[in-house]
Design a protein around this ligand. Structure first.
Ligand code: 6GU
Length: 232
């Protein structure tokens, strides 16, 4: 898979995408991340990429022409174009899995107070938000999306089990985990985990995952219960 990020701040990349799981995926060419500097496609020599909105109002908008030219410099027939914006559909694990199927994902990092609607109308396939809060621009959101997508690609994680057992992949939060030592400052590892009884361990983990989900994420808990009823 190849991901291109259209951005006004190419120097932010690869940033966190250059380390750990995703960095190793890039080294192994399982996923590559490129950037396109939108400013290079400005019409004037000063590199103007934002302008005041017609009709007035606060802030500046990203101009349609530099964005369109930047996009056309890398677009392929099989590209999907996603713009990060707080008004988009909410990013979640399901959308991450969907985007992980694509050969070429183009992430356009939103900026300033917004973007000329004509760019959205004619070039953008999906507008995506990473949550209900406002970031100062879409670059962190683009990194979040790229990270969540790349780690799902075949071969990126060590063992294939680790991406299907974790939080959110089955609508449950992850159960508590422990490693050495058995006791730390009088806190002991739950006895069941030392029992060697794999059936008991599995039941304990499932019930802990359910308890945490019920307590912390009533929304996920409802989804989980509905799925359970459907499956029976
Ligand atoms: Cl995608 N962009 C910005 N600027 N803020 C956000 C966001 C995106 N998602 C949540 N907050």
């Amino acid at each position: 898979m190849h991901i291109d990020v259209l951005t006004l701040f190419p120097e932010l990349f690869p940033g966190p995408l250059g380390t750990s799981v995703v960095g190793r995926a890039a080294e192994r060419k399982l996923a590559t991340v490129g950037t396109v500097d939108v400013r290079e496609f400005a019409a004037d020599r000063r590199g103007t990429v934002d302008e005041k909105p017609y009709g007035g109002g606060p802030g500046m908008l990203m101009m349609v022409e530099p964005l369109t030219l930047a996009l056309e410099s890398i677009r392929r027939p099989d590209s999907v174009v996603v713009m990060t914006t707080p008004r988009g559909e909410r990013f979640d694990q399901k959308l991450a899995r969907e985007l992980a199927q694509l050969p070429h994902l183009i992430l356009v990092a939103g900026h300033y107070e917004g973007v000329d609607e004509r760019f959205l109308a004619s070039e953008v396939d999906r507008e995506v938000s990473i949550g209900d809060y406002v970031l100062s621009n879409g670059n962190l959101a683009a990194m979040v999306i790229a990270d969540a997508v790349i780690r799902l690609l075949p071969g990126v994680l060590g063992d294939d089990a680790s991406s299907c057992e974790e939080s959110h992949s089955n609508d449950l939060l992850e159960y508590p985990q422990y490693t050495r030592p058995e006791e730390f400052r009088s806190q002991r590892v739950p006895e069941v985990l030392l029992s060697g009884d794999h059936g008991r361990i599995e039941r304990w983990r499932r019930s802990e995952a359910e308890r945490l989900t019920r307590e912390r994420r009533p929304d996920l808990w409802e989804k989980y219960l509905q799925r359970q009823t459907k499956e029976v």
